[in-house]
Design a protein around this ligand. Structure first.
Ligand code: NAP
Length: 538
């Protein structure tokens, strides 16, 4: 048995020797340590691992310096042990020793660096190629964590793919408990980029690089496409709940459909702090719900986010143009949703982005501990005021009527929260030099005016339908400004349909989803048997 083990070790060493012999690039390693410090056992661990590798190859070299050496100062190294990989080519450092499961990461690192091959998928490389500003990655790992090598290796691959922009520190939490504490990295693996958490737990490489690019954890990866022209049956404009559902239904009916979204997938839901009335979820964060919908839709339909449809030329075949490509389709579904309504108060435009916000979920944390007002009296205003209160913002609601129009359940939560409401009050002016400092309020019953010092103004007074494309096609609107459509979601332009908030009505996630499914089924039936041809014939 012992002989057998010896043989297999010999065989493994032979293979490793061969692997290193084939490696085209040498790997200089530089180890910084403090021989008198408490982390010397980690440094000794690192030395032993490297010594074992050096017995197999001379392509890996090791220089060692004490932490007070001037090179440590020059490179900004202050922790023992710090292992630096191929410093002339990359900025990859290991704070700790490659022991336990981390030995696997170390071998992968040698392979990636020695072959100078990131080994990332084409999709992941595309994301990294688009990176245009630096990313300083920190990945917290521990030798006993079997998931850590996956994330640490993703970091190494990214740092090798973009050495011009990416620096990497792999941080062993056993050797650096103070750093783990500072970053509240109480579980591993955890990845930070530019001091922001970008990954908690193991992530596939595409999600890792997408999170790195976005500087926040991503749960859905949508591959990029280079195609200049895409031909299909149906282009769905808008990737909110209506558009995504239409994509699923259209594809399941057998139509080749694509979803094109100019901004964030999920529309308004993506910025809704909490959703409590979507069947199947008693309480779900808006973004989490969107991620589930997008993941589901991707099973069926291609999604093109971040592309604005600028023109639609009608015809037998519609031509839709975005800054990136053209789409040719037999039908178009406008699920363009609605945008935030502006109040039109004095100072609103001048101080835009300087203390005025239309999205409490996005900007709320910036106002923690500050006094703000929330203007509006509907479901959005109350939901968002509750969210602000919940995260420690001192919020007062300002409503132009004597009664809020939000749902009873939300009103109950509002009463419980104790958030003050100023009724019959209008926001007359937003005051401040370079940022919001106060608001001038007017009681529309008494005419009395008052000034309230605040650090922020949140506005949630409803949405204006996004009908620009519909108008460009010559589609008729309703008197309220929504797209006019029939019960099959046909607009007044043959081959053009609508779904979701752009149609008006109840504007709930469930109604948007219902409209998306209905529209897709109607389009499927119409494309088999086009009503516009029948109309032409007479
Ligand atoms: P909304 O229901 O249209 O309410 C807008 C609120 O803003 C109303 O209270 C309105 O006052 C006020 N307002 C409008 N223009 C104003 C102005 N110029 N100055 C001052 N106040 C003004 O809009 P929403 O709350 O954004 O809701 C939109 C849709 O989404 C609704 O169908 C809603 O049910 C739905 N939604 C649902 C949920 C949920 O179910 N959890 C959450 C968010 C939104 P008046 O009352 O005087 O008209």
């Amino acid at each position: 048995m012992a002989e057998q083990k010896q043989l297999s070790e010999e065989e493994a060493k032979k293979q490793l020797r061969h692997f290193f012999a084939e490696m085209p690039h040498p790997i200089p390693l530089v180890l910084f340590c403090d021989p008198a410090g408490k982390n010397e056992p980690f440094a000794e661990g690192a030395r032993q691992v490297i010594r074992a590798i050096r017995e197999l190859t001379d392509k890996v070299t090791l220089r060692e310096y004490p932490l007070d050496h001037e090179l440590a100062k020059e490179w900004g190294i202050s922790r023992s042990p710090t292992l630096v990989f191929a410093p002339e080519a990359y900025k990859i450092r290991w704070l700790g020793a490659p022991l336990g499961h981390e030995a696997q990461t170390f071998m992968e690192a040698l392979s990636i660096i020695g072959y100078q091959e990131p080994g990332l998928s084409k999709e992941a490389l595309k994301v990294l190629a688009k990176l245009d500003s630096p990313r300083a990655i920190k990945i917290f790992v521990s030798p006993t964590c079997p998931y850590c090598p996956l994330v640490a290796v993703n970091g190494i691959r990214a740092a090798v793919a973009r050495p011009d922009l990416i620096t990497l520190e792999i941080i062993d939490i056993l050797a650096n408990p103070d750093l783990a504490d500072k970053y509240a990295a109480q579980s591993v693996p955890q990845a930070f980029a530019n001091e922001k958490l970008v990954g908690l737990g193991a992530q596939p490489e595409e999600l890792f690089v997408a999170s790195l690019a976005a500087l926040e954890p991503q749960r859905v990866f949508i591959p990029d496409s280079d195609a200049e022209e895409i031909a299909c049956d149906l282009v769905i404009v808008g990737g909110g709940p209506a558009g995504l559902t239409a994509g699923i239904y259209a594809s399941r009916s057998g139509l080749a459909a694509v979803v094109v979204e100019k901004g964030v997938l999920g529309g308004q839901v993506a910025t809704t702090p909490m959703v409590e009335n979507y069947p199947g979820f008693t309480q779900v964060g808006g973004k989490a719900l969107v991620d589930v919908m997008v993941t589901h839709a991707l099973e069926y339909v291609k999604i093109f986010p971040g592309e604005e449809v600028q023109t639609i030329i009608p015809g037998e075949v519609f031509t839709l143009t975005t800054p990136r490509r053209r789409y040719k389709a037999r039908a178009v579904l406008l699920a363009t949703g609605a945008g935030y309504k502006r109040l039109g108060a004095m100072g609103e435009e001048r101080l835009a982005g300087r203390g005025i916000s239309y999205c409490s979920n996005c900007d709320g944390p910036l106002f923690k501990g500050k006094k703000v007002i929330m203007v509006g009296g509907g479901d959005s205003a109350v939901t968002e005021a509750l969210h602000l209160d919940n995260i420690g913002v001192e919020v007062t609601m300002v409503h132009r009527r004597g009664k809020l129009r939000a749902q009873e359940r939300l009103l109950g939560s509002l009463r419980k929260s104790g958030i003050p409401v100023l009724f019959n009050t209008e926001l007359a002016e937003i005051l401040g030099g370079t940022r919001v400092e106060a608001v001038r309020l007017k009681n529309n019953q008494t005419g009395e005016e008052s000034t309230l010092p605040v650090g922020g103004v949140f506005i949630a007074i409803g949405y204006a339908p996004a009908v620009k494309l519909a108008l460009s096609l010559g589609a008729e609107l309703t008197p309220d400004g929504y797209i006019k459509k029939d019960e099959r979601h046909r607009t007044t332009v043959p081959g053009v349909y609508s779904a979701g908030d752009v149609e008006g009505g109840y504007k709930q996630i469930v109604t948007a989803v219902g409209q998306g499914s209905e529209a897709a089924l109607a389009i499927f039936e119409d494309l088999i048997n086009p009503y516009w041809i029948k109309q032409k014939k007479g």
